[in-house]
Write a protein that binds this ligand. Structure first.
Ligand code: NDP
Ligand SMILES: O=C1O[C@H](COP(=O)(O)O)[C@@H](O)[C@H](O)[C@H]1O
Length: 495
């Protein structure tokens, strides 16, 4: 039995992601027989009007909306709307009544999820009012789901953690990082820890460097107001990209217990080198997009986007070179980059191995630069490619790089569950493995804070510094080229 209250149930996230994910969980039989979903917001609206609103979102965004006609009617009977101003006590009284009525009908206590799909400033008030109204006191059943951003720096994240923990125990708080719900991201654990093959070479002795890229073709779209207070470092690096780094760099957990996995990731975050102010410039690059062409479409400059300051100094691109100062990764650079309005949408991790030590082949046999690479494509491509040298067919000993490919789509006929499906199901089941613990969030901010501080103190003079449709600012190429490396820019073609 589960009750799901979505604060901000009429908002963008609820319509595009949460309700479509819940609908797909329902189609897959992953919701319990007795479930109740209520969208909450200040708007006056009938439950029927709310169902119409979310049906539109499901039609447009659900992974398998073709089943809609057949199943919508039953699913929608479980969906309700409550007019609740999250800052006023009155609405919480209505929630208490609703819970009592449902539990009376079901004749048992239910698991209750409070999904905070509202502006983060409302979170402390909601937590307090839930607690005050007896809606937060059962650590086994009452769960609070927190969306990003979790704070805007280390200090604010610490304060938020202290505040939330006045009302909810840590095991009741599920801090979402939607990247961790992606199938291809979870598969990193399977790849690394269910195979003996990679472990012996997964370290500084064999790995030359690691690249983690999350490049997007879209600009900030209509999220300019949010983005002006965030920028690429806060929006992507502090959370998603550092979490990807943890998945690649962590030691083997002894079990998949939530805290065991999170302890291992926390160890990685603690080992990442914190830069001194004077080191930031040589390890981090920022950029902001100018106008240009992306996929045949003219893009405007960031400063012309809706709700963006025409003189904005906010970065829409960030590249950072990090080191994990521990035994395994000693001296191995981790290059991270992310940006908007770039040439291609791709999220991938490239593990670049060192060259074979003695090269018996004549130099003319190959001109391939560092052939051994494991490319983990996270999205939109869902595959893993192991690149190695092979002999070109023919009379001479000439080499060519070839890829051995595992492709999710070739191996399953089913579409992959959306990240939010996995994560919502985990919250219902009380499994926090894929959620960020308080100490992880704080450790991640501690890495990012010095960079933000230096960037905040010295506004960029050269913005905008990359054209929409390019691969980002020239300095980002220089960052990696200084070490004799280059970004893996053509993952789709295996380049
Ligand atoms: N949209 C996205 O893709 C993503 C969003 N997020 C995070 O999710 C959260 C929600 O984002 P998003 O859906 O885009 O925001 P929207 O602005 O689209 O929606 C906000 C929702 O909150 C409701 N709301 C505002 N004030 C109150 C209040 N006092 N009481 C009750 N409800 C209220 C609004 O309804 P009303 O005004 O009628 O009350 C609306 O339903 C934010 O924290 C955002 O950072 C995170 C990742 C991605
Ligand atoms: O959290 C965010 O992620 C998206 C990118 O996510 P993806 O799953 O589409 O790769 C990004 O566009 C957005 O700015 C950021 O807030």
């Amino acid at each position: 039995m589960v009750i799901i209250f979505i604060f901000g149930g009429t908002g963008d996230l609820a319509q595009r992601k949460l309700l479509p994910a819940l609908f797909n969980l329902y189609l897959d039989g992953h919701l319990p027989e007795q479930f109740y979903i209520a969208g909450l917001s200040r708007n006056k609206m009938t439950p029927a009007a709310y169902r119409d609103l979310i049906k539109k979102g499901i039609d447009e965004h659900a992974r398998r909306n073709e089943a809609l006609k057949e199943h919508w009617e039953d699913f929608s009977k479980h969906v309700d709307y409550l007019q609740v101003d999250a800052t006023k006590e009155q609405g919480y009284k209505a929630m208490v009544k609703k819970v009592a009525a449902l539990e009376g009908e079901w004749k048992a206590p239910a698991t209750i999820m409070y999904y905070l799909s509202v502006a983060p400033q409302l979170a402390p008030t909601i937590a307090e009012l839930l607690c005050k109204n007896g809606l937060a006191n059962d650590a086994q059943r009452h769960r609070l789901v927190f969306e990003k951003p979790f704070g805007h720096d280390l200090q604010s994240a610490k304060e938020l953690n202290v505040l939330l923990r006045k009302y909810f125990a840590e095991e009741q708080i599920f801090r979402i990082d939607h990247f961790l719900g992606k199938e291809t991201v979870q598969n990193i654990l399977a790849l690394r820890f269910a195979n003996a093959l990679f472990e012996p070479i997964w370290n500084h002795r064999y790995v030359d460097h690691i690249q983690i890229s999350a490049t997007e073709t879209v600009g900030v779209l209509d999220r300019g107001a949010y983005y002006e207070g965030a920028g690429a470092l806060r929006d992507m690096v502090q959370n998603h990209m550092l979490q990807l780094l943890c998945m690649v760099a962590m030691e083997a957990p002894v079990s998949f217990d939530a805290n065991e996995v999170r302890n291992k990731k926390h160890d990685v975050l603690k080992a990442i080198r914190r830069y001194r102010r004077e080191e930031v410039h040589s390890h981090a690059v920022r950029g902001q997009y100018a106008s240009g062409w992306v996929e045949g479409k003219k893009m405007q400059t960031y400063r012309e986007e809706k709700s963006v300051d025409p003189h904005s100094g906010v970065e829409t691109y960030a590249a950072v070179k990090l080191f994990v100062d521990n035994w395994r990764w000693n001296g191995v650079p981790f290059y991270i980059r992310t940006g908007k309005s770039l040439a291609e949408k791709t999220t991938h991790i490239a593990i670049q191995f060192k060259n074979a030590p003695s090269y018996a082949f004549p130099p003319e046999a190959t001109d391939t630069w560092r052939p051994n690479r494991l490319l983990i494509n996270i999205s939109p491509q869902l595959d893993i490619r192991l690149r190695f040298q092979a002999k070109q067919p023919g009379p001479h000993m000439a080499l060519q790089p070839v890829d051995m490919v595992f492709n999710y789509f070739n191996n399953t006929s089913e579409t992959q569950p959306e990240a939010y499906e996995t994560l919502l199901q985990d919250v219902i089941e009380g499994n926090a493995t894929l959620f960020m613990r308080a100490d992880q969030v704080e450790a991640a901010w501690a890495i990012i804070d010095p960079i933000m501080e230096v960037w905040g103190n010295k506004p960029p003079v050269d913005f905008p510094n990359y054209a929409a449709g390019s691969w980002g600012p020239e300095d980002a190429e220089a960052l990696i080229a200084r070490d004799g490396n280059h970004w893996a820019t053509l993952p789709l073609n295996g380049g």
